[in-house]
Design a protein around this ligand. Structure first.
Ligand code: MN
Length: 257
C-alpha cells in the first residue's frame, strides 16, 4: 500500500493509492496514529501536490558507510558496527522542494538512500522483532556538505542544514529489501546505482542498534546509507533518487538567496 501526504485545494491530507494508480483515497487522519478510515473523498494524482510523507517527530537517524563500495570510495573500511549520526527534523523537505546550497559550503553532495519509517515507540527492540516497529519505507537523499563534514570531524553541520533531508514521494508499507534497486540521477545522468540487498547492516539490525541508544518515536526515520557514486550538486541541477517499488524522489537545487 502506498501512502501519500499532499496538499489539495488549500488543505493537507493523507491518502492511499487506489487500485488503478489513478487517485488518492483520502484518509480521515494520519494513518500512523489514526488508522485507515477514509473520508469518502478521492483526489486525482495530478491535482495533489505531494509533501514529505512523514514529518519525523524527533529524529532523522543516518547510517554512515553502510555499502561496501561507498566505504571504499570514501577511502575507508566499513565500520564493524553501524555508524550513526543525526540530522535535525528541520532538514526534511518533500518532493519537488528545493535543496538550498548553503554559502558556507563549496561542495554539497547527493546520497540516495532507502529510508525506514518507524511506526511505534521502539526501545531496546531485538532484530527478531524489529520489523513489527516499521511502518513502511520511502526514498531519501542524505544531502551532505562534504567539505564541512570533513572540516568539523563530526557531522551535525555538514549533514544538518535546512533542506538536507528530502523524503518521498510516498510511504510503501510492503517492500522487499532483498530485491530492490536504488539509483541516483543528476540532470538525467546516472550517478549512483546499487541494490538494497547490499546493505552491510540490514534493517532489523539497524532498528535494534538505534533503539539500544535512543527511544524511537512514531515518524522517526532511519536513512540506511548510500551506495557508491556520491557527487556534487550545483545550482540549477535536478537530482532524482529512484528505488524500485518505492518510486522517484525528485528535487531541484538552488543557491541560497
Ligand atoms: Mn548517507
Amino acid at each position: 500500500m502506498k501512502i501519500a501526504r499532499f496538499s489539495h485545494g488549500g488543505s493537507i491530507a493523507f491518502g492511499i493509492l487506489d487500485e488503478d494508480d489513478r487517485e488518492w483515497v483520502v484518509l480521515s487522519g494520519d494513518p500512523m496514529y489514526a488508522g485507515f478510515d477514509t473520508t469518502g473523498d478521492r483526489v486525482k494524482l495530478a491535482d495533489a501536490a505531494l509533501l514529505a510523507p512523514v514529518l519525523p517527530r524527533s529524529k532523522v537517524i543516518g547510517i554512515g558507510r553502510n555499502y561496501r563500495d561507498h566505504a571504499e570510495e570514501m577511502g575507508s573500511e566499513p565500520p564493524a558496527a553501524p555508524l550513526m549520526f543525526l540530522k535535525p527534523n528541520t532538514s526534511v523537505i518533500g518532493p519537488d522542494d528545493a535543496i538550498v546550497l548553503p554559502p558556507q559550503s563549496e561542495r554539497v553532495e547527493h546520497e540516495g538512500e532507502l529510508v525506514v519509517v518507524i511506526g511505534r515507540i521502539a526501545k531496546d527492540v531485538s532484530a527478531e522483532n524489529a520489523l513489527d516497529y516499521v511502518f513502511g519505507y520511502t526514498v531519501g537523499n542524505d544531502v551532505t556538505a562534504r567539505d564541512l563534514q570533513r572540516a568539523d570531524g563530526q557531522w551535525a553541520r555538514g549533514k544538518g542544514f535546512d533542506t538536507f533531508a528530502p523524503l518521498g514521494p510516498v510511504i510503501e508499507t510492503e517492500f522487499d529489501v532483498a530485491s530492490a534497486t536504488i539509483e541516483t540521477r543528476v540532470n538525467g545522468e546516472v550517478r549512483q546505482s546499487g541494490r538494497t540487498a547490499d546493505l552491510i547492516h540490514g534493517i532489523p539490525e539497524l532498528v535494534e542498534y538505534a533503539s539500544s541508544v535512543w527511544t524511537l518515536l512514531p515518524g522517526d526515520v532511519i536513512m540506511t546509507g548510500t551506495p557508491a557514486g556520491v557527487g556534487p550538486l550545483v545550482a540549477g541541477d535536478r537530482v532524482e533518487v529512484s528505488i524500485s517499488g518505492l518510486g522517484t524522489l525528485s528535487n531541484p537545487v538552488r543557491a541560497k538567496g
